[in-house]
Ligand binder design. Structure first.
Ligand code: PMP
Length: 407
């Protein structure tokens, strides 16, 4: 598909509506993206034609559903450049993917006095599971500090990294600031001391080309709903040799090879980590989202979104009282800011009245907000279907709101 913004917008029914009597401008894409028609159609078709349980069925519908489910697994493998489809595990989302690693890798490979390294800009879902592991195992959580612009301080990272580090778990692109972390460098440094690396790809997978072999990460976690796909579904990529050594996460059907009351043997990967009936419909529909992204190509998507971010920065930086939060040199299309003298929630409400949907608050990054000495921010995050004229309306709206307190 060529990069024709009108054509792209035409694929997203939800965009074509008014809120509070104004045309909707949807800038809450870091929270969740909208879904193209092809995803909605795939969901409906699955339930209308193929609905059945997968893998063990002896009938045509189950065969079709199984084939489509496994086709998505293969499409995900291709999307992130993994070696084999068996390294792709379907979960409920980034949160569950990280918790899976915490509960399994954490159980077998992290012990008393071992260290886990995260950064100041982590989402709560990449903090809390590790705190739980540390509490259970007597391990230590260490945090890489960041600069005023929202970039990790490399020298501090090097000081914190040691032979005690078992795992570095770090966000690829920050949801609250947009910062893209130098993950390849981080992974190389971590491997040099024998640590494994988990990348939280919740925000990077929709914007950046991802090649897990080139990055050489041990784990990558992401959510499909931030990638034009359905909610309630996520992916955990793990290297075969690491996944094979990890104990199962949940016990139940599908994850077993043989069950007796005396002893159970476990299934091969990825099934060892997919206990119970999975989210079949959403997995199948996610392939349509991947096809949509692949048809546009990531470099074109990124170029479009970068241009939107540049345009926003240019227009907003001239507004009196505008305070950007997170000014890293490498960013995905996230614009976090405050208005001098105003609470972010009030700014969000006023923008909503103008038909502009943004997110306000701590963005599940309370320690990061504390680092900046703020309660929260207003966050406008851009996706493939946003336009320059929408950015201009945002800047106009922000300028009007800022004038109330900044004469
Ligand atoms: N990490 C980051 C960086 C995120 O932006 C999010 C979602 N806001 C998550 C993790 C958690 O994703 P989910 O709620 O889909 O599990």
């Amino acid at each position: 598909m060529s990069f024709n913004i009108d054509q792209i917008r035409g694929l997203f029914p939800v965009l074509h509506q008014e809120v509070h009597g104004k045309p909707l401008i949807y800038f809450d894409n870091a929270a969740t993206t909208q879904k193209p028609k092809a995803v909605l159609k795939a969901l409906q078709e699955y339930y209308e034609k193929d609905n059945s349980n997968i893998h063990r069925g002896a009938h045509a519908l189950a065969d079709r559903a199984t084939r489509h489910y496994e086709e998505t697994r293969e499409a995900v493998r291709d999307f992130i450049g993994a070696r084999e489809a068996a390294e792709i595990i379907f979960t409920k989302g980034t949160t569950e993917s990280i918790n899976l690693v915490a509960k399994t890798f954490g159980r077998n490979f992290i012990g008393k006095g071992d260290e886990i390294l995260i950064s100041t800009m982590e989402h709560h879902s990449n903090i809390v599971p590790w705190q739980m592991v540390c509490e259970e195992k007597g391990a230590i959580l260490k945090v890489i500090p960041i600069t005023e612009s929202g970039e990790i301080i490399w020298e501090e990272f090097e000081i914190l990294l040691s032979s005690k580090t078992r795992l570095v778990s770090i966000v690829h692109a920050s949801n609250a600031l947009g910062t893209i972390n130098p993950v390849k460098k981080i992974i190389d440094a971590a491997h040099a001391v024998g640590a494994k690396v988990l990348l939280d790809g919740a925000q990077s997978t929709s914007h950046l080309d991802i090649d897990v072999l080139d990055l050489n990460c041990d784990f990558l976690a992401f959510s499909t709903h931030k990638l034009y796909g359905p909610t309630g579904l996520g992916v955990l990529y793990g290297k075969r040799e690491v996944l094979e050594e990890m104990p199962p996460f949940l016990g139940g059907g599908e994850m077993i090879k043989e069950v007796t009351f005396e002893k159970t043997t476990y299934n091969e990967i990825p099934f060892k980590f997919e206990a119970g009936t999975p989210n079949i419909a959403d997995v199948i529909a996610f392939k349509a989202a991947l096809d949509f992204v692949q048809s546009l190509t990531k470099p074109k998507i990124r170029a479009h979104e970068d241009a939107l971010l540049d345009h926003a920065n240019e227009l907003m930086s001239g507004i009196k009282g505008f305070i950007p939060v997170g000014t890293a040199s490498e960013k995905v299309s996230v614009l976090s800011f405050n208005i001098n003298g105003m609470h972010p929630f009030d700014v969000g409400q006023m923008l909503d009245a103008k038909g502009i949907a943004v997110r306000t608050g701590h963005h599940c990054t309370q320690p990061l907000m504390k680092r900046f000495g703020i309660e929260g921010t207003v966050r406008a995050s851009f996706a493939v279907y946003n336009t320059k004229s929408e950015i201009e309306k945002l800047a106009e709206g922000v300028a009007q709101i800022a004038r109330l307190k900044n004469k």
